[in-house]
Design a protein around this ligand. Sequence first.
Ligand SMILES: Cc1ncc(COP(=O)(O)O)c(C=O)c1O
Length: 304
Amino acid sequence: MRYESLLHAIGHTPLVRVPFDVPPRIYAKLEYISPGGSIKDRSAYFMVQQAEKEGVLQPGGTIIEASSGNQGIAAAMIGAAKGYKVIITTTEKVSKEKWDTLTAYGAEVVICKPTLDLHDPEGYYEVARRIHEQTPNSLFMAQYFNQNNPLGHYYSLGPEIWDQTGGQLTHFIGAVGSCGTVGGAGRYIKERNPNVAVVGVDSATSYRSTGGNPKPYKLEGIGVDSDSPLLEQAPIDEIIGVHDDDVFPIMKRLAREYGFLVGPSSGAVAYAAYEYAKNLSPDDFVVIVFGDSGRAYLTKGFYN
Ligand SMILES: Cc1ncc(COP(=O)(O)O)c(C=O)c1O
């Protein structure tokens, strides 16, 4: 593949068989192959392009995002490539590698109080919103509420999965955070074949899983932490909640026995898919999403 722009290289990721010992075939979409290293390149790029088309973002402008990491990294990469200033609000929970990555791309990082409530005035979401209000010619991506987030996946991830499977998939399983991935790609796939089961994977102790009484969890890039309009619209058949302790053993196995060094959201998806697939048949064809690489989490000790 050859591209005239870094941003044109976003997406186009391989779909690779994961040889788990279960009846159906399982293939993983390796989103860590994208230039910014995660699935969030797709949604961030689409949100920026739409903001440019709508005149919200003009030359010399600023991209602002509240991100636990990957959406911010994607914004920082795109901002660097397009010449925008980038401000990312985040929390201390984010891995050191992700923080260093943001600053390497030249983004300004604002660390906010950790909170389980997205609308906490001192939390990363509300701080980003205030910075946006005070910054003319700025785009606040607001991935949790921005319709262009799922649309980005509707137009890129969904068609790629459909084409790479020849429309043969029976199950699509991905992590839910903002719900852009599963909502957007899931909608595209369901429009092609409504019988494909779309399954989301959430933290078992998130706001959604606990009915509004969340408990802290170590998984990153996953977890529905507030009421989510994008989740409400998403054509999801089922959501599986997974615990931190379920995920770390399979992350280690994926790296040591299969050669997939993936992050915790991918580990959560792999765990959920493995358990789910035990009850499927050899005729089933499961596609899962590996959203980012384990290289971004090495200092967290998940693989020790
Ligand atoms: C690695 C990774 N996988 C999956 C997700 C969840 O995707 P979404 O926010 O589209 O639901 C995220 C979200 O940040 C992520 O970073």
